[in-house]
Design a protein around this ligand. Structure first.
Ligand code: GDP
Ligand code: IMO
Ligand code: MG
Length: 441
């Protein structure tokens, strides 16, 4: 029997910050539930709507539209950060329809401390982490002494598990920093308090989501980070500690792969990267400065200036294969204004030979050179002019931009669903090809 389902995944195909927040919010207009399934407050998702700028680290972007939002089991939660975001939304008189998985893992201050200390020992293999405790918390999850939301809301369980974990972590931290200590009873008191406030939101989100999907609700899965930061399929060890792509959905939610409809990969019109690791198409000249300024490329979480480079279709093609991408969304086209020519990386050479598969190992990437094609750019415009173009639709785009978009579509062999030419929700051109995803049973 054929059964229609309405689920869609939005995730980044590069190194994060592709505009997932903006596009998730855009799609949320036509959805019921938005779900975060990976990462934690290393993410920073920006939404601009009705003159207000929202920056979420943990809260799914559907919260702006007061949709049901779910923080599923694959996310690692710093409760203090989440409570701050809840407070911000309350101050804006937003109704909060939040569900938190009881099996999501919890970040503690010693994870944050360890994140910094361990990075310092990694030399050239450091990732330039956001120092939010993400890696150490996922490590504890895998080592099976992590503390979950279920424990957070049960003080008696929290006490046993926290004191045990504190002893382990103190010994480890003291290897790097012999004088370090922290008042564990204070952490316990603080976290008991966080647990009390969060308890009403805690449920079994796997049951909740499966039921919702089966009853025909429209669900957006909102990825954090991006494919090239994925722990398994990204640039290890320069990436993050979760499956930062569509592959993270089932493990991170308990929604089976066959219930996931359309897979939408987001790409920028160029490449940006915070943190370490070779960026094959990186720019270091005035063009880099121009793109960084025009795209406001400063980290949402850490404020670090983002490294920028030309679009890298070779790595995007790899991500499309790994994730089974149905359609792509292209953002920040306006940020390339006034740049001429615009380069597009269509492959890499290694030892003088063109590669036929994207080299997953940073040591090989270091030795690669990009193969470029050049495209004529488009003129600068004011943000009001870009908004006006967006309101008119695809035909109103500059001719040279359409040629650039056609080339991306052809070379990636993937349809474009949405084009974004400004930060606002309305600076969006929907090509109408993103029919909500169905799956058959
Ligand atoms: P995310 O992590 O993928 O959600 O992306 P971020 O929010 O960290 O970074 C994307 C930035 O680009 C944010 O400041 C957005 O407001 C902004 N943005 C998104 N789409 C566009 C666009 O098409 N044009 C411009 N100029 N800015 C955009
Ligand atoms: P969003 O969801 C960009 C990068 C960090 C670092 C590496 C590991 O906003 O796109 P971590 O703190 O996860 O251990 O850091 O991953 N990184 C991101 N870069 N956007 C993000 O999230 C990122 N989350 C992590 O800079 O290189
Ligand atoms: Mg971001």
């Amino acid at each position: 029997m054929e059964k229609m389902q309405n689920t869609v995944c939005v995730f980044g195909l590069s190194y994060g910050d592709e505009g997932k927040g903006k596009i998730t919010d855009y799609l949320a207009q036509n959805s019921d539930i938005v779900v975060r399934f990976n990462g934690g407050n290393n993410a920073g998702h920006t939404i601009n709507a009705n003159g207000i700028k929202y920056k979420f680290k943990l809260m799914p972007s559907g919260a702006v539209l007061e949709k049901e939002v779910v923080i599923a089991n694959g996310v690692v939660i710093d409760p203090k950060v989440l409570l701050d975001e809840i407070e911000i939304l309350k101050k804006l008189n937003k109704k909060i329809n939040l569900k938190i998985s009881s099996t999501a893992h919890v970040i503690f201050p010693f994870h944050i401390k360890l994140d910094g200390l361990q990075e310092d020992k990694k030399g050239k293999y450091k990732a330039g982490t956001t120092k939010r405790g993400i890696g150490p918390t996922y490590s504890d999850k895998a080592a099976r002494w992590g503390i979950r939301v279920f424990d957070l809301i049960r003080p008696e369980l929290l006490k046993i598990k926290l004191y045990n974990l504190y002893n382990v972590k103190k010994n480890l931290i003291n290897v790097y920093d012999p004088d370090w200590d922290i008042d564990v009873s204070q952490i316990y008191d603080d976290y008991v308090e966080y647990g009390k406030i969060l308890k009403p939101y805690v449920i079994d989100t796997a049951y909740y989501l499966n039921k919702a999907i089966d009853s025909g609700k429209k669900v957006v899965f909102e990825g954090a980070q991006g494919n090239l930061l994925c722990i398994d399929h990204g640039l290890y060890p320069h990436g993050t500690s979760s499956n930062a792509n569509a592959l993270g959905i089932s493990g991170g939610t308990g929604v089976p792969p066959k219930k996931i409809g359309k897979i939408i990969g987001i790409i920028k019109a160029y490449t940006s990267r915070v943190g370490e690791g070779k960026l094959t198409t990186e720019l270091f000249d005035d063009t880099a400065t121009q793109i960084r300024e025009q795209g406001h490329e400063y980290g949402t979480v850490t404020g670090r200036p983002r490294r920028v480079g030309w679009i890298d279709l070779f790595s995007l093609k790899y991500g499309i294969m790994i994730n089974g991408v149905d359609k792509i969304v292209i953002t920040l086209l306006d940020a390339l204004e006034g740049i001429n020519p615009i380069k597009m990386c269509v492959g890499y050479t290694h030892n003088g030979k063109e590669l036929d598969s994207w080299p997953i190992h940073p040591e090989v990437i270091e030795e690669c050179n990009p193969i470029y094609e050049e495209f004529e750019g488009w003129e600068s415009r004011t943000s009001e002019e870009w908004s006006k173009i967006a309101s008119k639709g695809y035909e109103a785009l500059p001719k040279t931009m359409k040629i650039y978009l056609d080339a991306i579509k052809e070379k990636l062999q993937t349809e474009i669903a949405i084009i974004s030419i400004g930060p606002d929700r309305n600076d969006t051109i929907d090509l109408g090809t993103l029919l909500w995803g169905e799956y058959s049973e």
